[in-house]
Design a protein around this ligand. Sequence first.
Ligand code: TXA
Ligand code: MG
Length: 315
Amino acid sequence: MNHIDQAANALRKGELVIFPTETVYGLGANALSAAAVRQVYSVKGRPASSPLIIHCPDLSAVRRWCGEWPESAQRLAEKFWPGPLTLVLPKKADIVDEATSGLGTVGVRVPSHPVALEFLRKAGVPVAAPSANPFTRLSPTRVEHVREVFGARVRWILDGGPSAVGIESTVISLVGPRPRLLRPGMVSLRQLEEVIGPIDLQMLAQEEPHASPGLHKAHYQPRTPVVLYQRGKEMPARGRGISLLLTNSVPGESRLMPNDPMEYARELYAVLHELDVKKFDWIAIELPPETAEWEGILDRLTKAAAPNRTDHDVR
Ligand code: TXA
Ligand code: MG
């Protein structure tokens, strides 16, 4: 048996497995086992009120766990799966309530990473997995990121190399009168609307704090304070910092980021993980253009720079 077979068997029996996806690494548990899913929350330090995404190897597997499968779901699935899009739909009872925070809905996704697909196929059960990072911290896009934090606590870690997309999936709810965008990502709102028509934007986080953890303002944060700035504006003056640039040079230490949004997303978390251990006083990030291709990145940057950093070092 190879490592993926062994990990798949272990997962079926209730153990946790960290596996690569094209977006970020996931911390997976058998979504049919309440005990297994509870371990995800305790290892991650995540509040039970934040639902998990269920990962499946193909469309027919996904449909088994959804209570309804509207035409819009079929169209989006055909267009974007396997890939970085999560659909929220009514759930079947077999998915344990622990995985969905007791909600009557379930987030489902078919990832495109070949290791993820082989693992999911071999597991033969739906896999509930959040990003494999401690709650509110940066998501992992390299196997080293998960080894550092969870190596001692999670026995099964599948190495799939660097994540090709690099930020978490776009999440859209198909429950309710109109589709709603719950979390922007590299599949843009415009791309989704081309397939299913108008989509509502989620209200601000305060109104529905636990409906979607992707909505928590302080999320995806490095320890080092992040500030966003517009090109040509003043940089933070105090202490020692570094700027992530898209275009022009600024005084002090800086790093040029890719101008292409796909490449930028692929690099972003790895760069932040790397800079975070260098103990800068701040990381200043040049704001990207306000176009559809950048909306997922802009969302993560805004959350990385969110002022609410209170629960930051709580593990
Ligand atoms: O790219 C990704 O989505 C990664 C990889 C591992 O698949 N996973 C991920 O999981 O980012 P997590 O748990 O960090 O984020 C899950 C997002 C949250 O914004 C959550 O609120 C939303 O999906 N979500 C999941 N189930 C939901 C539900 N039933 N209703 C509303 N939102 C849901
Ligand atoms: Mg996450």
